[in-house]
Design a protein around this ligand. Sequence first.
Ligand SMILES: O=C(O)[C@H](O)COP(=O)(O)O
Ligand SMILES: [Mn+2]
Ligand SMILES: [Mn+2]
Length: 559
Amino acid sequence: MGSTDFSWKLADHPKLPKGKTLAIVVLDGWGEANPDKYNCIHTANTPTMDSLKTGAPEKWRLVRAHGKAVGLPTEDDMGNSEVGHNALGAGRIYAQGAKLVDFALASGKIYEGEAFKYIKESFDKGTLHLIGLLSDGGVHSRIDQLQLLLKGAAEHGAKRIRVHILTDGRDVLDGSSVGFVETLEKDLANLREKGIDAQIASGGGRMYVTMDRYENDWDVVKRGWDAQVLGEAPHKFQNAVEAVKTLRSNPKANDQYLPPFVIVDESGKAIGPIVDGDAVVTTNFRADRMVMLAKALEYEDFDKFDRVHFPKIRYAGMLQYDGELKLPSHYLVSPPEIERTSGEYLVKNGIRTFACSETVKFGHVTFFWNGNRSGYFDSTKEEYVEIPSDVGITFNVQPKMKALEIGEKARDVILSGKFDQVRVNIPNSDMVGHTGDIQATTVACEAADLAVKMIIDAIEQVGGIYVITADHGNAEDMVKRNKSGQPLLDKEGNVQILTSHTLQPVPIAIGGPGLGPGVRFRKDVPNGGLANVAATFINLHGFEAPNDYETTLIEVVDN
Ligand SMILES: O=C(O)[C@H](O)COP(=O)(O)O
Ligand SMILES: [Mn+2]
Ligand SMILES: [Mn+2]
């Protein structure tokens, strides 16, 4: 569109009225799958979500939430919160970080950019450190990208490389960490044969070391800092495979929560602390769980924990993680330019917007929803409320999380009449689903269902409209399956628990007294995905969607 004829003004919808309070609920990790005992949404008592599905067939449907529908490289890529909320908020499908990094590595462009040239200045005298999640999950990072970057960095002059690994078990099976470390060790051994001093220097489980998000618990980042930068950790090993195997042998241990360790030489000295003159790359492409470390690595003024030592390094992110904060200032690959999101359009068309979740998902309905931007578009028309999450626990011990508090907050705000759009993320089915605890996940889904009921009841009272959907699957399938759908067993004959997201579609339901009698889902968008939702709710606010948005899911028929 030419810059001169661009306008933020949205056209009036020819049939749909303005002024209805709209609740948008994103159930995190709530997909649709065959009912069996490993489908916690099925086993849970969820009368509200059930009634939406069975009560009004023209107002309930499934939408795609994985693979190409959300800008991921292949149809084998499960959905995730970042790409899901980006699509929901932006109404268009963007090539996402995973894909952009693939392109940059395949074309070699990654080595021609400003950031690579910048870190390269350290290669003569300093060490190149790579810090990131080690798995093939494809949600935050991918090991094949790390392998290519290692090879490319060596070819472009890196002589001493240290890798700081974060074990996964959340986007991939628990226990798979050992295999990934072995794969990486082989690559590093190959580099050593070529005369490059390349080794793993430290490690730890992603949820306990480094990868916190939305500033829920800085201790997580500090534990990583101590190991990666200071070379200090409670556990010391001479070999990373041995480290992971030994730490996992504790019956309570799992990949997500492995304690931090450093690799030491024969004299017990850490082999890879980060020191003045070194280069550092954080290899995750996804932002939320790298922003905190990026702040610690980049900000001169920093008071979140005592860094003890703040080395003078050249730091680059795989991507820029926060477009508003411009953090980090150097990045190997440019992030997707997600602009003109629904949030910005609607606020500029007078829609007063409220968004809320608890800490662990707060950025999902704000930062991701708004195209990876922190902050308000217009603070006079928007309010974002974060309900503090519990800290230092795995959510299977507290499966209700803050669902009811989020529901109450949304209810109060809806009843206040101060906002036109009230948007929440209810985290339970995702956060508890990631623990692999089937019983607790069932309780989690029940709590989420209750929160939905509170919001729907409030919408009934004010004559509003609700849109209930999800960002990707998780709790609806808690086991790894073979191609014919049978649960897979491990060596001991136990079912293999699936802690990750799924490839399943997610439901979307519309309703409420403010929804005109002729509004229903169209039948001619059978492959609709999350990116079609924005045009849908823009319509429900009484506007036509911008014409480059993915098409709306609804139509208005004359009764
Ligand atoms: O970061 C996480 O918790 C998982 O890797 C993905 O979950 P999310 O995409 O639902 O946040
Ligand atoms: Mn999610
Ligand atoms: Mn998740």
